[in-house]
Write a protein that binds this ligand. Sequence first.
Ligand code: PHE
Length: 367
Amino acid sequence: MSAPNKDFDPVEVTPLRADELERVRDEAVAAVAAASTLAELKQVRIEHAGDRSPIALANREIGALPPQARKDAGQRIGQARGAINQALAARTAELEQLEEQRRLVEETVDVTLPTDRDPVGARHPITTIQETVADIFVAMGWEVAEGPEVEAEWLNFDALNLGPDHPARTMQDTFWVTPASAARVLRTHTSPVQARTMLTREPPIYVVVPGRVYRTDEADATHMPVFHQVEGLAIDKGLSMAHLKGTLDHFARAVYGTEMTTRFRPSYFPFTEPSAEVDLLCYVCHNDPAEVASCGTCRGEGWVEWGGCGVVNPRVLVACGVDPEVYSGFAFGMGLDRTITSRYDIADLRDLWDGDIRFTEPFGVGL
Ligand code: PHE
């Protein structure tokens, strides 16, 4: 027998010594026991059983041993490894079960908790004001009419005396529907419903038309590319500007109270002649000389813009099949969004579009 080869004495190869392997194993088993989540355990597995773990490194040393020492060392490593793997498997099962239990507890729905069984929600102020307006006019015997938001170019413009070359066409920044050959637009106002109504009914006509309209405005605090208007149209024998003024005064008082008055300023719309802008007396300062100068609502004007109106242009009556020798009428249209933001001091028009119940709730179910 040759003398032991001192260079490869197993006692000298520290990682393979029995006590060292026990230490490595104990450390690994302790780390496994200390892992309190599956994620932590994954880290422990890498550190204590992975390719670069002490046990794996020890295993690599076996090749350096003389053949007769390899078997023993191999066995010791195998045992240590077995113990570590067993501990890992047992802890994995335990933690999986714990996490499953925790998830069950966390995700439990307590069906016995008291709830608001009947949440009433809140109506949007635009809806409420549309209905208020409709009610005011229905009470006077008018009807509510509606039309499509994707509208024929002819009804949105031509029928309303806005021919292809009319300069006022460009006043209304229009969304065109493709293809251009379809000759359709997103309606820029509710006035095409005037044409639709005259084309489908015989006078006398008294309709009020709430609806959405579109213009190519960038959305910001005071502009939106979509907003709401309410249109009115009356066609009968002998109607004049006086009836228009009386109707709008009544409308204004019904919405803002009996103290309210309106004023007309001359204006221009292709579909009415004469035309006017209608203003409301400022509902905050009431044009009171002591307050008007500092009023933020009307900015010192005493009046707030409300809408446009006028006597229906005979050319529109003709285009829509109504005989202007027999009938005359008046029309008006106002924006609802600005009415609401100015009335309720809402600084940002976009609040009307967020769909946030915390915005609509204070309006409650009434306005
Ligand atoms: N359609 C006009 C607008 O959108 C308002 C209007 C309606 C003016 C009816 C007169 C008559 O600006």
